[in-house]
Design a binder for this molecule. Structure first.
Ligand code: 4AD
Ligand code: MG
Length: 507
């Protein structure tokens, strides 16, 4: 009590002034707000509390349900009937922001332990009930995407974003606890990590009248960086350089793909977690991927119970609206437990092709892309068949044909396959893609030439294989696909605050 110490040495006027301040500080006007999550856990004992948040509903001129984003649950503030002035009543509308003080009391209502008996209400921000787009009813996810600046005020998006946060924190915890170093790889780069060319260009040249060289070609020497640059598609290549110095590293940042993919699993801007480990082979890599996913599923179960319960119910309602044969057998929470408790099925690409070739949907020509020969790329329908129908558990496919994979993957002895691995999840398909890296200089150069990639620009990447090369591996976990899995949201556009996809960059 520092004030009591002070009081000792003070004259009587100062003393009484200080006492006054002390009393004032205890008065509701100075009261510190308590987050609703805490309020709901507090034992009522005649204390006054102050909460601040947004009105979800106002009923009967009495019952105000307030949410402040700290939890899926609202707190109910109850005003004595006829105690509120007409002018105040009119302003207590869905969406308005209020500061409420009152006594915390046991609630007679079902489903809540406590409520607040209103002493005073301050309206911090009005919300015109006629115009506020979020009415207290169920809105479609498509509609909510159009008002992405307000959708976090719904139960669904509040829950999704809290789970998203928990997963980000869990990722850092997992790697930190294992001694990995978090490396910030650049967002603007000169390289194309995947060699796939689906990149957004970065330039400050005047697009209507760019500088040109003597051949009439755009002259990037006059551009901001003196060269062509793009937004990164992956931090992997730079990550590798740090793994071959620090041992175990990971990146976790935004990545960009200018693919024209309009699916429920693709974004043009998404976040990726990319660990890269020196001295790991493909099997160590698969084990780390398994450990990470199991840890994150358990972390969600342990830390997001309320939100998961809500999302589970939400997913159930959504499932119930589907035809029987499309419904998934496990609920959201059961799926998370399932991932924690079961080994993932490891399977080579070649084995997978055999299973798919002889599968019913292939024989009955139900697949959109029929599997007729070794070497074809797998589509999500095939991945989902393996996971959801055949094995009924997560699958790790490895040793893919080299021709459908990136240049940096380690070439296997058979001359046909590379040490690639993809982790496939129910409802999601590919959640992780990774590989052991080609650490042998000659093999890597040969592959770069075979694939017509810009060898000169990769000089620094090749240097790694010239100076103290080491076997190493890594993978990329799509953060939004992870959040989709944990929240049960079917569209990836609903698990990131402001989704970027072809034709859309609003907000
Ligand atoms: O399989 P990808 O393309 O692998 C890489 O980028 C490697 N450089 C990773 C590495 O080895 N360090 O992408 C990795 C993961 C995919 O499995 C998927 O989960 C996610 O990133 N992903 C996307 N997520 C959302 N939208 C997109 N357009 C995505 N493309 C990939
Ligand atoms: Mg991939």
């Amino acid at each position: 009590m520092p004030i009591d110490f002070l009081l000792h040495d003070l004259g009587s006027t100062q003393k009484s002034q200080l006492q006054e301040i002390r009393v004032a500080l205890r008065s509701p006007f100075f009261m510190k707000r308590i987050k609703i999550k805490e309020v709901l856990k507090t034992q009522p004992a005649g204390q006054t509390v102050k909460v601040q948040g947004w009105i979800r509903t106002f009923r009967n001129n009495q019952f105000i349900a307030i949410n402040d984003g700290s939890t899926i649950h609202n707190v109910q503030a109850v005003a004595e009937l006829n105690s509120l002035e007409e002018a105040t009543l009119k302003r207590l509308t869905t969406g308005a922001c209020v500061s409420v003080e009152g006594e915390l009391i046991p609630s007679p209502a079902k489903g809540q332990a406590v409520e607040i008996k209103v002493k005073s209400i301050d309206i911090l921000g009005d919300s015109d009930a006629e115009k506020f787009p979020l009415q207290p009813k169920k809105h479609s996810l498509e509609f909510l995407r159009e008002i992405a600046h307000l959708r976090a005020r719904t139960n669904t998006f509040g829950a999704v974003m809290r789970v998203r946060h928990a997963m980000a924190y869990g990722v850092h915890k997992f790697f930190n606890d294992r001694g990995f170093v978090y490396v910030h790889t650049p967002v603007i780069t000169g390289s194309d990590a995947e060699g796939a060319g689906a990149m957004f260009k970065v330039t400050t040249l005047d697009i209507n009248n760019p500088a040109r060289d003597e051949h009439g070609k755009i002259d990037h020497q006059k551009d901001f960086f003196g060269r062509e640059t793009n937004l990164t598609v992956s931090g992997q290549l730079e990550g590798e350089t740090y793994a071959l110095a620090l041992g175990d590293i990971y990146t976790f940042g935004p990545t960009f793909r200018a693919e024209n993919s309009n699916t429920t699993r693709h974004l043009a801007e998404f976040w990726m977690i990319e660990p890269e480990m020196a001295f790991y082979d493909i099997h160590d890599n698969m084990q780390l991927a398994t450990d990470l996913l199991q840890f994150l599923a358990q972390y969600a179960l342990d830390n997001c119970a309320d939100d998961l319960e809500f999302l589970n119910k939400r997913a159930q309602d959504e499932e119930a609206a589907k035809p029987q044969e499309q419904r998934s057998e496990l609920g959201l929470i059961d799926r998370l437990k399932f991932v924690v408790e079961n080994d993932f099925q490891k399977l080579s690409y070649t084995e997978a092709i055999d299973i798919l070739k002889n599968s019913n949907p292939n024989k009955k020509k139900k697949f959109q892309y029929l599997i007729d020969s070794w070497g074809v790329d797998l589509q999500s329908e095939h991945e989902r068949y393996l996971v959801e129908k055949h094995f009924k558990k997560p699958v790790i496919l490895y040793n893919y044909p080299k021709d459908i994979k990136a240049f940096y993957m380690r070439q296997n002895e058979d001359g046909k396959t590379v040490a690639a691995m993809d982790v496939l999840f129910p409802g999601i398909g590919e959640i992780i893609g990774g590989s052991q890296r080609e650490e042998r200089y000659e093999n890597l150069v040969a592959r770069i030439r075979e694939m017509n990639l810009p060898e000169k620009e990769l000089w620094w990447y090749l240097d790694l294989r010239k100076f103290g090369s080491a076997p190493h591996s890594g993978f990329g976990l799509g953060f939004e696909r992870l959040v989709q899995f944990v929240t049960g949201m079917t569209n990836i556009r609903d698990v990131i605050p402001y989704p970027r996809f072809p034709g859309n960059a609003e907000f």
